[in-house]
Design a protein around this ligand. Structure first.
Ligand SMILES: Nc1ncnc2c1ncn2[C@@H]1O[C@H](COP(=O)(O)OP(=O)(O)OP(=O)(O)O)[C@@H](O)[C@H]1O
Ligand SMILES: Nc1ncnc2c1ncn2[C@@H]1O[C@H](COP(=O)(O)OP(=O)(O)OP(=O)(O)O)[C@@H](O)[C@H]1O
Ligand SMILES: [Mg+2]
Ligand SMILES: [Mg+2]
Lengths: 165, 168, 168, 165
């Protein structure tokens, strides 16, 4: 219904405006309805301005900036209507080390609302996780799961309950 | 409805019965290229009732059944069970008394498929009903497949609308 | 026709005159997200005569002109010069005697564009002629943009044909 | 013309069959015309079998396997009709460390025929390069080029002529 969509849009927009500068360490961004008079069909535009840059067409943004903006929007939606779990398959691949660090910090914060399962090749993300699963094909063509390495995150009070497999 | 565990057998490259525990708030899955990480994501999507083979990177749905390796022959059955923690009170009224709810999906080579909730046979509709409205199921925005994160930004503004409708 | 150097000025995020030497067989370009690495690839494509703004991630061609930053105003001219090593004898007969050949492209805010070869004004056709048939220019398969490597495999088999035709 | 296309296809196919097992450390792959009787319009299919796996539909391959297969085809085309230069923008992003290593080894070999310019975030690729350019935005929004670090590749006899900027 129109009213529900409008409400969802405005809360998500607020959250998006909060998360974007945290991931980008500055800058600003907001959402805009492309056709506000027609709530049933309108699209949603993204206006984003990374720190120090002029507001421009989001198509000109770099691969990493687009991924980070997408993550900001995704998490903004999660803050409005969290889903119990979230699966992210190598979303950190286009990001440089500093941005991966900020991404992981934010994911860790989101875990108070939802469970996160992330597939990654990045060491920074691995270090931020509570538990690590390795998948291997020691026998070619057949996947197996290997040891669960519990990341000793003393700074992180979230000790997992039981870790035996 | 957090995921407590995932059991796969004969699903894509997971030929043998494999159980993955997800007791933690943040779990990372790692491994070399082609080892089967994204197949775990496909297993969860499939277990939740995904009907399009293309969304699972296959041509036909039988592409999810282990089709053999150097040393092993093809399997005739793919089975995935997802066990959810049901203590957050979000689930369907029918299952309020259960601390855990598990959904199972099977596909046989001959094309017959089976769905089960807590080991009791049911229809696909029962599985989708289980998750509807509770926010318990997979929303489009709770599973981001490999390589698709950039699409959220580069798609047309009308296409982006779907995520907002789903959240509304 | 290897690339000896690339000079950019007012092109995308390269506001000031910048020269990049490419004397080596394998050069790596590194830097944080959004710093301007892919803009260097765009500069080379543009200098070779690219006519589609969309292939340069822009809406209009004026998107290649530096449009300002926190502290600087927009520029009114984008200029790119690519200097090629012409000692491999691959180039167009007109330029056989030159050890180096440089192509320059300019775009003014008012939409006028200029093309030059060895600092002499010419037409776009002269630039494309320079590279045709010599194998000296950019073939579709000699520039792979960010995120597009997977497309070679996932595109339809008819689309893949173009690469073979270009090589034939 | 038909004859030229057919000749290009068969030579590239040969090269592809050589390069694929080198990048994958085994396995096999080949190209196939989808409509061989109609050389003017036929598409080109890829049949690939990573080591230890069954021959299957290439859509089922993983993100990294698809990227590696694409690189094999690209280099096969290069070996048939080299272009003087090649620009690769983060093609190593989906690859794990072992595959990046094999990719860099192959690129180094290809540099005898063509000049390569690669954009990367991977340390393995950086170490394999003759010269490294850093791009920075110390002044936000304005790109500048920073020092050229010449990689001392004693094993690599390709010492660049002059490195001053
Ligand atoms: N039905 C099937 N039977 C056997 N193997 C299969 C089946 N479907 C897919 N596979 C295999 O699974 C592999 C792909 O696995 P997956 O996509 O999970 O890799 P990944 O770990 O995500 O790798 P990457 O890091 O490259 O993304 C392919 O090599 C494919 O051959
Ligand atoms: N005309 C222009 N004027 C000023 N800045 C521009 C212009 N066009 C693009 N940019 C800026 O260039 C940046 C993108 O640069 P580029 O795509 O080269 O980044 P990158 O180094 O490749 O990053 P990544 O590692 O994320 O791929 C954007 O932030 C954009 O704002
Ligand atoms: Mg994967
Ligand atoms: Mg880039």
């Amino acid at each position: 219904s129109r009213k529900k969509f409008k409400e969802a849009f405005s809360v998500i927009n607020e959250k998006f405006q909060e998360i974007f500068p945290r991931l980008f360490k500055g800058g600003q961004a907001r959402l805009q309805l492309s056709d506000p008079d027609n709530l049933l069909e309108t699209g949603v535009d993204i206006i984003a301005q990374p720190p120090g840059k002029k507001l421009g067409n989001i198509e000109l943004m770099s691969g990493g900036e687009k991924a980070l903006t997408a993550v900001s929007l995704l998490f903004a939606i999660f803050l409005y209507r969290p889903s119990p779990f979230c699966l992210l398959d190598e979303v950190d691949a286009p990001l440089d080390e500093a941005n991966v660090g900020r991404f992981v910090d934010l994911v860790q914060e989101m875990t108070s609302r939802s469970q996160f399962i992330v597939i990654t090749h990045s060491k920074v993300t691995m270090e931020g996780a509570d538990a690590l699963y390795g998948v291997t094909m020691q026998e070619p063509g057949v996947s197996k799961l290997i040891s669960v390495k519990l990341v000793d995150n003393t700074a992180n009070t979230r000790t997992p309950e039981h870790a035996t497999q | 409805m957090r995921i407590k565990s995932l059991t796969l057998s004969g699903f894509k490259s997971f030929c043998d019965n494999t159980k993955v525990l997800f007791d933690n708030a943040l779990t990372a899955v790692v491994g070399p290229n082609g080892c089967g990480k994204s197949n775990i994501v496909d297993a969860i999507r499939w277990g939740l009732g995904e009907q399009s083979a293309k969304n699972l990177r296959g041509r036909g749905m039988d592409d999810v059944i282990f089709n053999g390796s150097e040393k092993r022959g093809p399997q005739s059955l793919a089975e995935v069970t997802i066990t959810f923690d049901n203590t957050d009170g979000l689930s369907h009224p029918l299952y309020v008394d259960y601390p855990e709810v598990s959904v199972t999906r099977r596909l046989h080579r001959d094309g017959t498929s089976e769905y089960l909730i807590n080991k009791t046979p049911c229809r696909l509709k029962d599985i989708t009903d289980l998750f509807l409205g509770t926010g318990g199921g997979a929303r489009a925005y709770s599973i981001i497949e490999q390589g698709r994160i950039g699409l959220i930004v580069s798609s047309r503004s009308e296409d982006r609308r779907a995520m907002f409708e789903e959240a509304a």
